[in-house]
Design a protein around this ligand. Structure first.
Ligand SMILES: C[S@@+](CC[C@H](N)C(=O)[O-])C[C@H]1O[C@@H](n2cnc3c(N)ncnc32)[C@H](O)[C@@H]1O
Length: 258
């Protein structure tokens, strides 16, 4: 993985997109019917055969890239089976196994599209104790909201899987939106900046840290999700608009001061 420096995210969106609560409501009420890709179904079946014979906690590491975080989590949770999922065979192929060490823990890397994998896992009633989502592609253009995980039709399946959820990103707007999306499903979340001296556990985290970018973490317990009332959805939409306005005006003031 490249160690080159990376530029901070630039977007035509100053704050959270106000369509997030409405999109979550739409997808919560209308199941995602896109056919499951054959390769995802086969990969899920293989993973499920391992899960079925494992008697311990299951942890999902979504968008695991080269699987560095998957291996780290397996060491951190030695009693668990950690399943890293990524659609990129190229990235997964760069995984460096740490088999020389005695305390490797248990993990598997699966090549699958999460648009399928999360649905299959939710339908199979998996109950992961933890779900990690480290540095998902931000899709920072405003028009690309639907490509962010909280703006996509698979989002309800991910939330229904449950467990302790952790999302990390170098784009705070992504977390603000995730927080709104979870709030639309009655799930509270907390967001914080990660310390500058954090020991990175993924290549992207390492790259962003080396570039001096702020890194963010959102945590939530995905328990008993249910869609809030329409009036509350409207409140969330207004909150998104107010936050975006505030961030826009503070960006303008900073610009004027320069
Ligand atoms: C920015 S990289 C982050 C990788 C890793 N978590 C890290 O921090 O180094 C985003 C990853 O998401 C994966 N990804 C994007 N869309 C996906 C999908 N629909 N299903 C599975 N993986 C996906 C990409 O292949 C890529 O490896």
């Amino acid at each position: 993985m490249s160690e080159q420096l990376s530029r901070a995210i630039s977007s035509n969106q100053e704050g959270p997109h106000s369509d997030v609560p409405g999109l979550v409501a739409r997808y919560w009420q209308n199941p995602f019917r896109k056919p499951i890709a054959e390769h995802s179904a086969a990969a899920f079946a293989e993973a499920a055969s391992i899960v079925d014979t494992f008697h311990g906690p299951i942890i999902l590491d979504a968008c695991c890239g080269v699987g560095e975080s998957t291996a780290t989590l397996a060491r951190r949770y030695p009693e668990a089976l950690v399943i890293g999922v990524d659609k990129s065979a190229h990235r997964l192929g760069k995984h460096t196994a740490h088999s020389s060490s005695a305390d490797v823990g248990r993990y598997v890397l699966v090549r699958a599209d999460l648009n399928d994998f999360w649905r299959l896992a939710a339908d199979a009633q998996w109950q992961p104790t933890h779900q990690f989502l480290m540095y998902p592609n931000p899709w920072p253009k405003k028009k690309h909201l639907g490509r962010r995980w909280h703006g996509s039709p698979v989002f309800p399946s991910m939330v229904k899987l449950g467990g302790n959820f952790e999302l990390r990103s170098n784009w705070s707007v992504y977390l603000q939106e995730m927080s709104l999306a979870l709030a639309a499903l009655s799930v509270d979340s907390a967001m914080e900046q990660l310390p500058d001296d954090l020991a990175p556990i993924t290549p992207f985290e390492r790259k962003y840290q080396a570039s001096g970018q702020a890194l963010w973490r959102l945590q939530a317990h995905l328990e008993h999700p249910q869609l809030v009332e329409p009036s509350q959805l409207d409140e969330l939409r207004k909150l998104a608009e107010a936050t975006a306005d505030m961030l826009k005006s503070s960006a303008r003031k900073n610009e004027a001061r320069r």
